[in-house]
Design a binder for this molecule. Structure first.
Ligand SMILES: *Cc1c(COP(=O)(O)O)cnc(C)c1O
Length: 227
């Protein structure tokens, strides 16, 4: 038997518990169910439990699932790295894009967003540890990118996203998430109105909630290991 309903219940309870522990307002942390490399049937099962927001990393895979599940009222979040040749499909299908770190991609999404749809909600990905191998804009370059992206009519800048370096040390996890939270606070102090911090995965959800995550991206703890 599938463990998806049980897992969703457990995660929901953990989110509520951590929110209380760190004095976050009730319902201020949303669960994004990361369904990449799991079949459409797994999404349907989570949907039947009331889950509505799903995250995908590969454009083609998201498109196929969105097509297959078009009867459901799913909110699709594209959370993977995005190449120029995939922006058109993502602009037409996704409700959110989390990992923007270049103006070029943001421009294309804005231009290609169908005019009958509301502006695409986006987050800028920040490379909080300045890791050479990681995507994301540096904290230093963030203000300029935010200024440019917020001018684009087809997309709406809602916040920041990060995938910090992997560590099991909760103190280090919190320090990394705090960098993202501070970057967002600095932008808001400069006049932005950003309300989304997309941070926290299966192994560091508590630290992310402690530091102000408003959206946690959870895959394995809901759907199990990926193939
Ligand atoms: C895969 C993925 C997740 C989910 O990771 P889990 O460890 O399975 O919870 C979250 N965010 C991004 C960007 C991912 O690619």
């Amino acid at each position: 038997m599938s463990k998806i309903p049980q897992n969703l219940q457990t995660i929901g309870a953990e989110i509520a518990q951590y929110s209380e522990r760190y004095h976050r307002p009730a319902h201020s942390v949303r669960l994004l169910a990361v369904s990449k490399r799991h079949p459409a049937d797994a999404i349907r099962e989570a949907y039947d439990c009331g889950q509505r927001a799903f995250g995908e990393n590969y454009a083609q895979e998201m498109l196929e699932k969105a097509e297959e599940l078009s009867a459901l009222e799913i909110e699709w979040h594209f959370i993977g790295p995005l190449q120029s040749n995939k922006t058109k499909d993502v602009a037409a299908t996704a409700h959110w894009v989390h990992a923007i770190d270049r103006l070029k991609i943001a421009r294309r999404l804005s231009e290609q967003r169908p005019s009958d749809l509301p502006a695409l909600k986006v987050c800028l990905q920040v490379n909080v540890n300045d890791e050479a191998s990681k995507s994301g804009v540096s904290v230093a370059e963030l203000p300029e990118l935010a200024a440019q992206v917020s001018e684009l009519p087809g997309i709406k800048l809602r916040g920041l996203m990060a995938i910090p370096e992997a560590t099991h040390d909760p103190v280090q996890q919190r320090a990394n998430f705090a960098i993202l939270a501070k970057a967002q606070a600095d932008l808001n102090a400069a006049g932005y109105d950003l309300d989304t911090l997309s941070m926290g995965m299966s192994d560091d959800m508590e630290a992310a909630i402690a530091e102000g995550a408003t959206m946690v991206r959870i895959g394995t703890a809901i759907f199990g290991a990926r193939n």
